[in-house]
Design a protein around this ligand. Structure first.
Ligand SMILES: [Zn+2]
Length: 179
């Protein structure tokens, strides 16, 4: 968890209605978090904050890209980020208890006496969640995989060799089984 003041929103001074914020999320942003599965993050998070007297509705729009690698061949792969998330922030008297009891992950409570809302960890969470879990090299215009064919060949060769070395053992065991 990190709480940098530049991600504080002084909501008390805001008029009711929608307010817009933009955050550029690059490598520097991630320095206060554990190492990531991706590199060269280059994301933009647009936040629309709708303020009312008892709650704030936050809509996060994530856009941009990160560098990762292909699940199949391991080639470096640029992955586009494109996703939206919502948080409902309610102003209450006992936010700690309410947060403990709340089961909806998209609802968060803060004290009525609070004047600042820190959005840093949500930015972190939502950018990270925008990175697809399955990452495969795209197909070219002819519909052919752009995966590294040399690596794929090597992988299937290794698998074949593994099977071949395992087979005699299995045959040997079969013999015992028939006794
Ligand atoms: Zn690939």
């Amino acid at each position: 968890m990190s709480v940098r003041r530049e991600y504080d929103i002084a909501f008390v001074g805001l008029k009711p209605g929608v307010h817009e914020y933009t955050y550029m999320v690059g490598e520097l942003f991630f320095e206060s978090y554990p190492p990531q599965e991706f590199s060269e993050p280059n994301a933009k998070v647009r936040l629309l904050l709708e303020k009312s007297s008892t709650f704030m509705l936050l809509k996060f729009f994530v856009d941009g890209s990160v560098m990762s690698s292909c699940d199949r061949c391991g080639n470096p792969l640029k992955v586009d980020l494109w996703d939206e998330f919502e948080m409902l922030v309610k102003l209450v008297d006992d936010p700690e208890r309410m947060n403990e009891e709340e089961e909806d992950p998209d609802v968060f409570y803060i004290s009525r006496g609070e004047s600042l809302l820190n959005v840093e960890n949500w930015i972190y969470e939502f950018v990270t969640l925008s990175v697809p879990t399955h990452r495969i090299c795209p197909e070219d215009e002819q519909g052919h995989s752009t995966c590294n064919q040399d690596v794929l060949k090597k992988i299937s060769q290794l698998e074949q060799e593994k099977q071949e070395t395992q087979n005699p053992l299995w045959k040997g065991l079969d013999k015992f089984r028939n006794l």
